[in-house]
Design a protein around this ligand. Structure first.
Ligand SMILES: *Cc1c(COP(=O)(O)O)cnc(C)c1O
Length: 459
């Protein structure tokens, strides 16, 4: 299997090369050159496997033995999911008339750990094999930064620099990043906003001299390995509730950058019996507008109580668009270029109609989100975090739907408390986090200051 770009401008690369490339060099996103499929017998067999053993099967289909041998992959997978606090890694629980797929038992209590624990191990393995260093740089509004730090802390050959806006992430999120004491972790609090941080990181990557001499890399959600790790839990959840009867199920997915739901789409293409994928957004509804009207148009970004979904441009959407347009990379390129110039593009009704049998999209208001947290707590005695509540609300009335729980309620304790009157209990990894010593460099929100700081560390 080789990897190609959605925009057609990259000669096919191996899985390892795709992981190190991140964003395709032609500006597109990398995808496998074919989608492996599995039959009913395999699905039945897979439904009996533990999460790590299933991960070895699913992930192994996407790489060649002479790139990453199965025995090495097995070790990487075991190491990646040993950091989860639940023995099932991603357990499915029955709550009222739906299921909740709990994806928040990793070290930072968000579903991003599933992918970033794997990616951290993978980076370390590939670097050890081919030699070299990787310096990861990213800006965060909270969740991704901490999951990335915990994914690569203490890993050989890797340093990570994460910029967060000083005083503008939640106290817990800040401590999850700054209390990490490993030498290869560098927190930078900038005196500015998340957008300032993002702009500085973009400028660093555009400084090609700097990028080359210091081996800069990114961990954002466009890395193929992140999608790949997320495919696993769709199969796992189906196995837990379908009991190998080949019955299709509906998944409800709180969506921002379209990474999580794209993994569900891939699982479906591989042969998983999926009835529907419910795409649930908060008030930032670019995706639900696309799936309901065929127009992809960026709007204003609103702050909500589900901040990890407060985005307007959805970085993984291009992967889905590629398949929706029957793998016509020239057309993808044209539409994405139109989007970057004009801020919007549209597809025909005939093209949009092809998405309908599988994907239904809905934007959920703040009021609906709070009501869902409150009513599920009252009726079913289960506390939802605000992101998960968006997905649960979108699945209302669909008996047996599997709703992806993307964060632990304690991560967004104040919003959960306001909606339900109940304060979520702090789980073990967070207990005492506010008292631990911190490490963090405070800098002005200036490109030069950040660049000089990173240079000083690396020289
Ligand atoms: C990142 C995130 C999402 C959105 O996932 P995408 O893959 O970007 O669609 C939803 N919920 C939480 C808690 C997140 O951290």
């Amino acid at each position: 299997m080789r990897y190609i770009s959605t925009r057609g401008g990259v000669s096919p690369v191996t899985f390892s090369e795709a992981v190190m490339m991140g964003l395709a060099t032609d500006g597109g996103l990398l995808l496998p050159d074919r989608i492996p499929t599995v039959d009913g017998q395999t699905l039945a067999k897979w439904s009996q496997l533990s999460f790590p053993d299933l991960a070895k099967e699913v992930i192994g289909l996407f790489m060649e033995e002479d790139d990453i041998p199965a025995s090495d992959l097995a070790k990487l997978v075991d190491r990646s999911f040993a950091s989860f606090s639940h023995p099932e890694v991603t357990p499915v629980v029955s709550v009222g008339d739906r299921y909740i797929l709990e994806l928040f038992h990793g070290p930072t209590l968000a579903f991003k750990d599933v992918a970033l624990q794997f990616l951290g191990n993978l980076f370390e393995y590939i670097l050890a094999k081919k030699g070299g260093q990787l310096n990861i740089i990213g800006a965060t509004s909270g969740d991704t930064g901490s999951a990335a730090i915990h994914g690569v802390r203490g890993r050989a050959g890797i340093k990570i620099f994460i910029l967060h806006p000083r005083g503008r992430v939640s106290p817990i999120q800040e401590r999850q990043m700054t209390t990490v004491q490993d030498d290869n972790v560098y927190n930078i609090a900038i005196e500015g906003t998340f957008d300032d941080g993002q702009a500085i990181v973009k400028q660093l990557f555009n400084d090609l001299d700097f990028k080359e001499s210091y081996q800069l890399g990114a961990v954002n959600s466009i890395n193929w390995a992140r999608i790949l790790a997320q495919i696993v839990y769709y199969f796992y959840a189906w196995g837990q509730v379908g009991k190998s009867t080949l019955q299709p199920v509906t998944f409800s997915v709180p969506t921002g950058n379209f990474g999580d739901i794209f993994a569900g789409y891939m699982a479906h293409r591989m042969g998983l019996p999926v009835e529907k994928l419910l795409l649930a957004t908060n008030r930032n509804d670019i995706l639900s507008r696309f799936f309901n009207t065929g127009t992809y148009q960026a709007g204003e970004v609103f702050s909500t109580i589900s901040p990890s979904m407060d985005i307007q441009v959805s970085s993984n959407f291009e992967r889905y668009l590629y398949y929706l347009l029957d793998e016509d990379s020239a057309q993808v390129k044209e539409l994405m270029e139109q989007f970057s110039q004009e801020g919007s593009f549209g597809v025909s009704d005939a093209v949009l109609a092809k998405s309908k049998p599988l994907i239904s999209a809905r934007a959920i208001s703040e009021k609906e989100t709070k009501e869902t947290i409150s009513s599920v707590y009252k009726k079913d005695n289960y506390l939802l975090d605000p992101h998960t509540a968006v997905g649960v609300c979108a699945a209302e009335g669909i008996v047996g739907a599997i709703c992806l729980a993307t964060a632990h309620p304690a991560k967004f304790g104040q919003a959960v408390m306001d909606a339900s009157g109940q304060e979520p209990e702090l789980p073990l990894p967070l207990q005492g986090v506010m008292e631990r010593p911190t490490r963090c460099q405070i800098l002005p929100a200036s490109f030069d200051h950040v660049r000089n700081h990173i240079k000083k560390v690396l020289d």
